[in-house]
Design a protein. Structure first.
Ligand SMILES: *Cc1c(COP(=O)(O)O)cnc(C)c1O
Length: 376
């Protein structure tokens, strides 16, 4: 059994992928070829953002966003401690200061009250609250209603890290339009992934879009050997764009199938264990289906029984950012990051993708409920 079944997806569109890749080899425009523009346009249309600028990966997308906002030394950037390292890593890379914020135990996303306390820490330390990076963790959009308001009150930019959440919605609106800039990743295991590295940024702001387009190609001006600002080399390969075009065509259907799989898990497991919470008006793209066990010991037991039954499970993330060697001295919410710590000790993720058939899911659910009743 696969944790994420990329083979089933490939089998579904193999002929189309082959034709797309052949077409790129035939025209030979390996960098910034026509597929890149076509993909950006289709992606922008799908999510309703005015502009989509593709780039080399989701980490670069975050860094490009910080560069476009002129983030530098003396600026405070607020990030959740329960996330993948990229969200935080880009901040010191720009010479700015990351301030770690706690999460909500039910959604695993940034806690707006903790954000407010963290802003207080920045002001006390003489730093300028410049931007907040909420993460759409495990596919669920962050609490943008609350966070965007706090950002506006404090004159901060919002960079939505939707590496895991592209396609999620709030009140019918899709990720890509919630932050001043939204970023995503096409790493193979993400809900919309390519066959290598890839990323993109979204914005409704014309000037920002132009700036990002320049910055991803060495700060180009009217042409590429005219360098008007400091930029970087961060382009999406044409072959990856070609692959993504075919994957994008089936993405809405895959999102539906992920939702159906999540519904089965939630219906069958809800009485036995804490299932992921999706607030009213929100939809998740289920980058992960994440359970909260009662204790680390219970997690170890349940994962071992699943493994014995041939069911893969994973822990995302076993250590919050503030407990990582590289980030242990980061500034943080003065009340601590206790929820991030507790969640890191108890969560576990089940197989999730758009190709889980009913029998496989029943096998997973059966193994899980048996292991829970054995241990209780
Ligand atoms: C995967 C991921 C990234 C980085 O994406 P890459 O394409 O691997 O650089 C950033 N933030 C989050 C939350 C992620 O899950």
């Amino acid at each position: 059994m696969q944790f994420i079944d990329l083979e089933a997806q490939q089998a579904r569109i193999k002929d189309k992928l082959d034709a797309r890749i052949q077409a790129v080899m035939a025209h030979g425009k390996y960098i910034m070829g026509p597929e890149v523009r076509e993909f950006e346009e289709k992606l922008a249309v799908l999510c309703g953002a005015k502009h989509c600028i593709s780039c080399a990966n989701g980490t670069d997308a975050l860094q490009l966003a910080l560069m476009a906002f002129g983030i530098r030394t003396g600026d405070a950037i607020f990030v959740p401690s329960f996330t993948f390292a990229s969200t935080v890593e880009v901040v010191p890379c720009m010479g700015a200061t990351a301030i770690l914020v706690d999460i909500d135990a039910r959604t695993f996303n940034m806690d707006p009250e903790s954000l407010k306390r963290a802003i207080g820490v920045a002001r006390k330390s003489g730093l300028r609250p410049a931007a907040v990076i909420p993460v759409d963790l495990f596919g669920l959009p962050a609490n943008y209603h609350a966070i965007n308001q706090i950002a506006a009150e404090n004159g901060m930019k919002v960079i939505a890290d939707s590496a895991q959440g592209f396609g999620g919605t709030i009140d019918g609106r899709m990720t890509g339009t919630f932050g001043d800039i939204t970023t995503t990743s096409f790493f193979p295991a993400k809900p919309l992934g390519c066959y290598g590295d890839g990323g993109a940024l979204f914005t409704d702001d014309d000037a920002l879009a132009e700036l990002l387009d320049s910055m991803r190609v060495h700060g180009k001006g009217s042409e590429k050997y005219d360098n008007v600002r400091i930029g970087m080399n961060s382009r999406l390969d044409t072959i990856q764009a070609a692959i993504l075009l075919e994957k994008l065509a089936i993405y809405p259907d895959e999102i539906e199938k992920r939702q159906q799989a999540a519904d089965v898990y939630s219906r069958e497991l809800g009485e036995h264990i804490t299932i992921p919470h999706v607030p009213a008006g929100y939809t998740s793209v289920w980058a992960q289906y994440t359970l909260t066990t009662g204790s680390t010991d219970e997690r170890i037991r349940v994962m071992a029984s699943l493994k014995a039954a041939g069911v893969p499970s994973m822990v995302y993330y076993s250590r919050p950012i503030h407990l990582q060697e590289a980030y242990k001295s980061c500034l943080r919410d003065p009340q601590g990051l206790g929820v991030s710590e507790a969640i890191a000790e108890t969560v576990m993720c089940l197989p999730m993708h758009g190709y889980l058939d009913a029998d496989t899911q029943q096998h997973i659910v059966g193994a899980l409920t048996r292991s829970l009743s054995d241990s209780s």
